[in-house]
Design a protein around this ligand. Structure first.
Ligand code: F6P
Length: 360
């Protein structure tokens, strides 16, 4: 039987558990032996690899986070760490690996695959592995699912966890607005997203925010006045509160951060009774929404199909994502490269080109 393993890496996100469950159970239905690698790439480097059974993934579909643990692993960044990872995979006879994480974690998986033969040869040369391993394990099959609340990756309309994080933000904003209305206050709400403004944008849209700051679209110089006037128009038309959403990576045209405390100060200077709420990690937790359970399950099942596929083009690492409600496979590294180009364009303040690339 095929032997396949799953690991979660980088920041956790709600929906990773349903993905692990779907992958493990579909693989078992197909007759494969399934393993969990614990604590991200640390488990690969330190041989923390455990078999999964039908029952080990029972009752996790509704749980946030990841039951197999996650981490950012420094050792895996070094060739020696990856050599130990290859040794441990071969020791456990595993040559199909599902990685659930962000672009950094998926790049690591691709690197492991590209060095696979070279590292096996090194292990044979230093007497750690038998020579027959070279022929027995010609390649490592890699599939990647994007687990991230940020929805910051090309190759999928939605990353696992983004919908749940949005739901957490909406619940928080709905609570805040009831007190804001009572006191006629203005609230500045800071949301996560690293250098992607998706969470800020969609939660602003779904709550009727007055003003939203995102990294991809820095406001024109003099935005302070423009924001105050916008909020004022709302008040004149009868609104008893104001809501400004700041993405944690928001910047101005010069690339300087727009912080929530600066926005609050600007509002206070204009006479607003303003407060800040920084949502933080509450956005990453809690029970996954329907949509996250749905996409995670579809993607986890497709990862198994991918490993069983004999299609020639499926030999390359695949990113399994969603195009609307359809599951798609794209070349993993193309998705990583486009995603990273967007980050670079933002750092270089080439904002118009960002919008073009995000569209793709
Ligand atoms: O990438 C997910 C994310 O939650 C970002 O939105 C945020 O900037 C970062 O991770 C926080 O990382 P940590 O949990 O290590 O503080």
């Amino acid at each position: 039987p095929k032997r396949m393993a799953v690991l979660t890496s980088g920041g956790d996100s709600s929906g990773m558990n349903p993905a692990i469950r779907a992958f493990a159970r579909m693989a078992m239905i197909k007759g494969a032996q399934v393993f969990a690698i614990r604590e991200g790439y640390n488990g690969l480097v330190n041989d923390s690899i455990v078999p999964l059974h039908w029952g080990s993934v029972g009752g996790i579909i509704s749980r946030g986070g990841t039951i197999i643990g996650t981490a950012r692993c420094a050792d895996f960044r070094k060739r020696d760490g990856r050599k130990r990872a290859v040794y441990n995979l071969i020791k456990n006879k595993i040559d199909n690996l599902l990685v659930i994480g962000g672009d950094g974690s998926l790049t690591g998986a691709n690197l492991l695959r590209s060095e696979w033969c070279g590292l096996i040869k090194d292990l044979v040369d230093d007497g750690t592995l038998d020579k027959e391993c070279i022929e027995k394990y010609p390649t490592l099959s890699i599939a990647g699912l994007v687990g991230s609340i940020d929805n910051d990756m090309c190759g999928t309309d939605l990353t696992i966890g983004a919908d749940t994080a949005t739901q957490r933000i909406l619940e928080a904003i709905d609570s805040i607005l009831s007190t804001a209305v009572s006191h006629q206050r203005s609230f500045v709400l800071e949301v996560m997203g690293r250098n992607c403004g998706w969470l800020a944008l969609v939660s602003g849209l779904a709550t009727g925010a007055d003003y939203i700051f995102v990294p991809e679209c820095p406001p024109e110089d003099g935005w302070e006045q423009n924001m105050i006037e916008g909020l004022e128009r709302g008040r004149v038309s009868g609104r008893r509160c104001s809501l400004v959403i700041v993405s944690e990576g928001a910047i101005d045209k010069k690339g300087n951060p727009i912080t929530s405390s600066y926005v609050r100060q600007t509002l206070e200077n204009a006479g607003h009774d303003a407060r800040i709420t920084i949502l933080g990690h509450v956005q990453r937790g809690g029970t996954p929404t329907f949509l996250d359970r749905y996409i995670a399950t579809r993607m986890g099942v497709d990862a198994v199909e991918y490993f069983y596929s004999t299609d020639e083009k499926d030999k390359e690492p695949a990113l399994i994502g969603m195009d609307g409600m359809k599951v798609t496979r794209s070349p993993l590294m193309d998705c990583v490269k486009t995603t990273q180009s967007i980050s670079t364009l933002i750092q270089e303040k080439k904002f118009n080109q960002v919008v073009d690339l995000r569209g793709s």
